[in-house]
Design a protein around this ligand. Structure first.
Ligand code: SF4
Length: 703
């Protein structure tokens, strides 16, 4: 008999509700949940084909272990696998200290999984070496929100996309990356053609089809653009002096900095017309409400933090925050990057939006967990972590639910690091990922439709992820694998003491974790799995005793800073690290395809999802092809300072002359060599440590 289980899509940060049709054994179909506030029944091509991605041939089904680097892994049982892992990790900690081990986890994990990993690393092992692939995704937005507004909290709701009078979409091909939200925006624009939409993107992406104004800026010049817009807002008197005086600090310093960002200079830096810049400022300055949406185009940058803050400056200067249709709204890439930030799953964070370097925060978390103290050494962020692995400083590395051998920049060094690491554990649902090739121990994990927990989407909405069918083979839920390791390590590291990891199910993990949010900006101490089931998905804060979630933050003009005021951040524009030059005359931009997700671990198993784009291609403007005497489909060798790969070229009018575009998805399963990220660069933002995956200088030659 067919049954239906309500759950949540496992791909992007929109966090759509899905209804899973199943017969208790197999998932038979998926449809959009009309009751879920994020999508109201809609699904995109990825979400609606989730049931086609269950190919067992691609799954990790049993633990596999090898006892030497040159050997093949062979099947083992969980007892042997976990006993061996605990022994190797325990030995590394005993011989080389807690910072000789590290955990690299994922924005695909559920909040309960994240929490278990954090407690394991911080409370038991005693290291801050726990970072996640969210470092590649949202860490610049974290810095932007924290230093400008006082907390890592997107203040808006999806509804604001529909009600806003003016939207600025910067560095986001929302039509492909957040398709259901884009459909909501399209419908709102159709209903209200006076709604103004500005898209800032070096490419003329599909998102630009809805734009009243497309600013095709030179890659990486967003800070100059935002300062230039503020310059005009000031000149025209379109700033909100009352809001600035009542609710902010630092405006005078910013005002004197943006004085130099004249329309003529910004036009030259950004490669756009002065009248288009003026028009963008007019749209923003004259709109009753103003919302900005952004994604990787701002975040994946060596000045990602500055870009985030420069955009937030525009909202503070115009008072366009804390009211319907207004505010700075980062679109989260991954399904639960927000949950990761909440539980402290970046090396510099602690649970409950706390900082790992803050002594007061350390004390609060240590007291809550009943341990003596939190680790004091700074943890390694993603790029630093893999550099440390390559340098031999990490003796045992645990990777969960992510594929760094495809997704990190400068792949040649990542592969070298993984090959040389003495012990690599990969906890993964799909055995086909590039990273699995380096696993000394492969642990099969349950996946979407098979496991339970919660996720937080871009609008701070916490949804219940429910299982519909059993996990295949011997796969286990991620939280259970972590607690198993922790309980074995406790015998070595805390002998005779009560276990910190005696959790029977994800609801118990949630209930312990939520206590760490109490009294914090994200307080969701009033929520539980059962309450979400009763009320539906809820937006935090949802403190104890609340009857419903909070749709909009800062409505009273108070911000979670010590004095309650938001901060203007005054920073000069810095160009991207790599520039075009004679040897590398093209600037490569990377981004998403409509129907693929990240490294294609899951979407790469569904034939239908190759219908839109079949193979990896590099796109150039037709004029570039003509001037290089290249024809469509011709194979070219693309080279950056870090490596090269061979693939066909295609003409694409979306790409400006002097630039090139490649989708981010293709790893070495689909391309000869090390995949697209053999080309991309590891230079990172000094504050967020997010690498500049978006820009690299390249050349190409016919082969
Ligand atoms: Fe899933 Fe995102 Fe598509 Fe919604 S928009 S169905 S969350 S991939």
């Amino acid at each position: 008999m067919t049954k239906t289980t309500a759950s949540t899509c496992c791909y992007c940060g929109v966090g759509c509700g899905v209804l899973i049709e199943h017969d208790n054994e197999r998932i038979l179909g998926v449809s959009g949940d009309p009751q879920h506030p994020a999508n109201l029944g809609r699904l995109c091509s990825k979400g609606s084909t989730l049931h086609q991605t269950g190919d067992l041939a691609a799954r990790a089904l049993f633990p596999e272990l090898r006892l030497g680097k040159g050997l093949a892994r062979s099947r083992t049982d969980w007892e042997t696998a976990m006993g061996h892992a605990a022994q190797v990790f325990g030995q590394a900690i005993a011989e080389h200290g807690p910072d000789s081990v590290a955990f690299y986890i994922s924005g695909q994990l559920l909040t309960e999984d994240y929490y278990a990993f954090n407690k394991l690393a911080r409370a038991l092992v005693g290291t801050n070496n726990i970072d996640s692939n969210s470092r590649l995704c949202m860490s610049s937005a974290v810095v932007g929100y924290k230093r400008s507004l006082g907390a890592d909290a997107p203040p808006c709701s999806y509804e604001d996309i529909e009600t806003s009078d003016c939207l600025l979409i910067a560095g986001s091909n929302m039509a492909f990356a957040h398709p259901v939200l884009f459909r909501r925006l399209e419908a709102a624009k159709a209903a209200n053609p006076d709604k103004r939409i500005i898209v800032v993107d070096p490419r003329r992406t599909d998102t630009c089809e809805i734009a009243d104004l497309h600013l095709a800026v030179q890659p990486g010049t967003d800070v100059a653009l935002f300062h230039g817009i503020l310059h005009i807002l000031l000149w025209e008197g379109w700033v909100d002096r009352r809001f600035i005086d009542a609710h902010t600090e630092g405006f005078d310093q910013l005002k004197s900095l943006v004085r130099d960002y004249t329309p003529a200079l910004v036009s030259e830096l950004c490669g756009i017309r002065v009248q288009d810049l003026m028009e963008a400022a007019r749209m923003i300055g004259s709109a009753p409400s103003f919302l900005s949406l952004w994604c990787m185009g701002l975040n994946q940058s060596s000045s990602g933090s500055a870009k985030n803050s420069a955009l937030i400056n525009l909202h503070l200067a115009t008072g366009q925050i804390g009211k319907p249709g207004s505010g700075p709204f980062s679109l989260t890439g991954q399904p639960n990057a927000m949950g990761g930030r909440e539980t402290g799953s970046l090396a510099n964070l602690l649970p409950g939006h706390r900082d790992a370097a803050n002594a007061e925060h350390q004390g609060e978390v240590a007291a809550y967990w009943g341990v003596e103290r939190m680790p004091l050494n700074p943890g390694l962020s993603a790029i630093e972590l893999f550099e440390a692995v390559r340098a031999g400083k990490i003796k045992a590395l645990w990777i969960a639910c992510t594929n760094p051998a495809q997704s990190l920049p400068n792949q040649a060094l990542v592969h070298e690091a993984l090959a040389g690491c003495p012990f690599v554990v990969v906890q993964e649902a799909f055995a086909t990922t590039e990273t699995c090739a380096y696993a000394d121990l492969l642990l099969p994990a349950a996946s979407w439709g098979e496991k339970e927990g919660t996720v937080t989407n871009s609008e701070r909405r916490v949804s219940h992820v429910r299982p519909a069918v059993p996990a295949p083979g011997e796969a286990r839920p991620d939280w259970a694998i972590v607690c198993d390791l922790a309980q074995r390590l406790e015998k070595q590291l805390r002998p005779g003491q009560p276990s910190l990891f005696a959790f029977a199910n994800p609801a118990e993990l949630f209930d312990e974790y939520k206590g760490l949010t109490a009294g914090r900006d994200l307080d969701y101490s009033g929520l539980s799995h059962a309450l979400i089931d009763e009320l539906g998905p809820q937006q935090w804060p949802f403190p104890s005793g609340a009857e419903r979630g909070t749709e909009r933050l800062y409505t009273d003009g108070r911000f979670p800073t010590p004095d309650g005021r938001a901060r203007f951040i005054a920073e000069q524009f810095q160009p991207p690290k790599e520039k075009r030059e004679a040897r590398f005359p093209l600037l490569l931009n990377t981004g998403r395809l409509r129907d693929q997700w990240h490294g294609m671990s899951r979407t790469g198993t569904a034939a239908q999802l190759f219908g839109h784009v079949e193979q990896a291609l590099i796109s150039l403007h037709p004029d570039e092809l003509r001037s290089r005497k290249l024809s469509e489909g011709q194979l070219v060798r693309v080279k950056s300072r870090r490596g090269s790969l061979v693939l066909p070229v295609q003409a694409d009018e979306q790409v400006r002359p002097g630039q090139a575009f490649m989708p981010m998805h293709w790893g070495n399963r689909f391309l000869k060599g090390l995949g697209i990220n053999v080309l991309t660069q590891p230079e990172f933002d000094p504050l967020s440590k997010q690498p500049e995956l978006k820009q690299a200088a390249i050349n190409l030659q016919p082969v």
